[in-house]
Design a protein around this ligand. Structure first.
Ligand code: FE2
Length: 346
């Protein structure tokens, strides 16, 4: 496996969900950088190098007191700006040295960090997740650590033919591979669309139809529109509508649909953090439905995790092998080209 850097650094990446950072600091590696995330004064989130300047202990093993990060080894106190704020029994002149900080912003329920050149970090570049701030949408999700190159996960999400095989008991059906995907690249974005008409709804979508009080046994029109934006965002418009009512344009009382949310962050060249979930705009106050969709997704994405980690091991064991690129792989190929352009420009 080619282990040269395979991710751009001058980007916002999701490092954690908001609820992962409460009273205690959190250690996380993002793009090969060991970071500690914590809440400073007034709950403001901060990201520092996970390295105490005193003796090199990971600060993530410490605590937070009065908005300061306190090293768990000898009690050195760190400010959100990476400067030492003092230590019991020590005089002030020891504390000039600071550590690396990373731009960090809490938005849409996630903590976003910028592992590259801090001077280029611009909050306006954080993607606008409109569903996260709208009462018309409900969201449920989770997070995985996956031992694979994050690009394998992007490939996976831009080629949903794998559903037929990997997810045969939930969202897979043979009609997926029979419908050719339409792949489009525009600037730094890729979309892969698939439309299937007058087919049976697979079990996951039957449950979703029931969740919207619709007959799950009627034939449906089904759609999947995958949208990749660098570095690691794949938002997929998915859904089914009772056949003949407009498909993706069908009114809400004829459909069950949502956005599969995939935010992918490289940990290293061969491992990643996967923040997944589903946003939906029907029956949004039904918390039991949110839980049941999340439980189904958890099961489905666990199937992907097992395949991706096995694929990664196989690729590492056979670095000389050249792989095929079929028409179904075009989305992933285009996404890799975009990432490579960004890496080269850095
Ligand atoms: Fe999958």
């Amino acid at each position: 496996m080619n282990n040269k850097v395979n991710f751009p650094k001058n980007c916002w990446y999701v490092a954690a969900t908001s609820d992962e950072i409460e009273a205690k600091p959190l250690g996380r590696i993002v793009c090969g950088k060991s970071m500690v995330l914590f809440r400073a004064a007034e709950g403001q989130v901060a990201a520092l190098e996970d390295f105490c300047p005193h003796r090199g202990a990971p600060l993530s093993l410490g605590t937070v007191a009065n908005g300061l990060l306190v090293c768990g080894y000898h009690g050195m106190r760190m400010n959100a700006d990476g400067k030492c704020a003092g230590m019991a029994g020590q005089s002030v002149e020891h504390f000039r040295k600071g550590i690396q900080t990373y731009p960090a912003i809490e938005r849409h329920g996630y903590i976003w960090v910028w592992p590259g050149d801090a001077a280029l970090a611009n909050a306006d570049l954080i993607p606008d997740l409109h569903w996260a701030r709208s009462p018309d949408w409900a969201f449920g999700g989770g997070m995985f650590h996956i031992r694979c190159d994050y690009r394998l996960l992007i490939d996976n999400l831009l080629d949903l033919t794998h559903e037929t095989y990997v997810h045969a008991s939930s969202i897979g059906q043979p009609e997926i591979e029979e419908a050719a995907p339409d792949t489009l690249r525009k600037d730094h974005h890729v979309s892969v669309s698939r439309f299937m008409e007058d087919i049976p709804a697979p079990p996951f979508w039957q449950d979703a139809l029931k969740g919207n009080n619709l007959d799950p046994d009627l034939p449906v029109d089904r759609w999947q529109v995958c949208r990749f934006s660098p570095p690691g965002s794949v938002m997929i418009d998915v859904g089914v509508a009772h056949a003949g009512h407009g498909g993706i344009e069908a009114p809400v009382e004829r459909r069950a649909s949502g956005i599969v949310v995939d935010l992918i962050t490289p940990e290293t060249e061969t491992s990643c953090w996967y923040f997944w979930g589903m946003a939906r705009n029907f029956n949004v106050t039904d918390l039991a439905l949110t839980d049941s969709i999340r439980d189904s997704q958890l099961k489905i994405f666990t199937e992907d995790l097992e395949m991706l980690e096995s694929q990664q091991r196989n690729l590492e064991a056979n670095p000389e092998r050249r792989l095929m690129s079929l028409n179904i792989d075009r989305g992933g190929v285009e996404a890799r080209k975009i990432l490579q352009e960004l890496i080269a420009s850095e």
